[in-house]
Write a protein that binds this ligand. Sequence first.
Ligand code: ADP
Ligand code: TYD
Length: 215
Amino acid sequence: MKKFIAFEGIDGSGKSTQLRLLSGSLKKIKENFIITREPGGTETSEEIRKILINDNGLKLLPNTELLLFYASRHEHVAKVIIPNLKKRLVLCDRFFFSTFCYQIIGAGGSRNLLNYLHKNFAFNLMPDITIVLDVDPNKAIQRSLNDKKIETKFELKTKRFHKKVSAGFRKLSSHKKVKIINGDREIDIVHKNIIDLLNKNKFIKKKIPYYFKND
Ligand code: ADP
Ligand code: TYD
C-alpha cells in the first residue's frame, strides 16, 4: 500500500492552497498521486456533501449529520481511497480528525459512536500522516469568508464553536501520526515547512522539491 496523507485544520486554514503547492512539488518528481476531499470524492459523496455543508436551511439532528458524514466516507474509502492506495499516493483534504474535531469536540457528539462508525464503515483506515494547519480562528474565518461566494453552514457557526474546533485540532499533537504546522505564516513558508517535514520523515522514497508560483 502507498501512503495516505490527510490535511486538516479549520475552514480557511490554507489546506487547499497547500495541497495545490504540494501537488506541484509531486508533479516535478513525477510521483503518482491523487487529490481528493471530504465530504466528497465520489459522485454520491459529493451529493451528500451538498446536504451536509451548503447553507440550505436543513436542520439536521447531530446524529443524522454524523451518519451522513459516514455514508459519504464509506463510499469514498471503499471506492476511491483504498483502491488508489494500491497504486499511488493519496492526498485528502480532511478526513477522520475533521469529524472528531467538528462533530465530537465542537458539537459534543459521542466519541464511542464515532469510533464504532469508523471501525465498521471506514475499515478503521487512518492516514499515515495527518498535517494540521494551525491558524488563529479569527484570521482563518475571515480568510475563508473573503474568499468564497457560497458560505457553508459550518463557516456560519459561532466564534465559540470555531475556537473549540481549533483547540481540538491543536490537541491532536499528542498523536504520533499527526503533525501540527503553523499556518499563520506566509504561504511559501508554510509550504516549505510541509515539504521539510515530509522529507525529514522520508515519507516517499524520492526527495520532494519545493514548488513556487513561477516553477
Ligand atoms: P481551506 O482550504 O483550508 O479552507 P484555502 O487554501 O482555501 O483554505 O485558503 C483560504 C484563503 O486564505 C484563500 O484566499 C487563500 O489564498 C488564503 N490563504 C491560504 N493560506 C494563506 C496564508 N498562509 N496566508 C494568508 N492567506 C492565505
Ligand atoms: P470545506 O469548504 O471543504 O472546508 P474548507 O472551508 O476548510 O475548505 O467544507 C467542509 C466543511 O465540512 C467544513 O466546515 C468542515 C466540515 N466537516 C465536518 O464538520 N465534519 C467532517 O467530518 C468533515 C470531513 C467536514
